[in-house]
Design a protein around this ligand. Sequence first.
Ligand SMILES: [Zn+2]
Length: 89
Amino acid sequence: MKHGDSLNALLEIASTIVHEATHEWERQNKGKTDEVGPVQAERVFINWVKSNWNMIIMKIPQLANLQNSLYNQKNRDIIGRSGFSTSQI
Ligand SMILES: [Zn+2]
């Protein structure tokens, strides 16, 4: 993994789990899978994180610290790629 900051890495891992789980769900329930559903599910997940960020950091305060270190590093490549802008959280 090339990115050094923890919040980006964590969101990348979580998105990958959502993606792969959606492949598996489609295989079991539709008998086939492609990239459309899994990519869409990743986007839905990231949007959910964005719109629930205040609730999330209330329940998991450690994430707020990761967010602060993200600001300090000014490293936004992965979050930018996912459309997850730190200016919105
Ligand atoms: Zn895939």
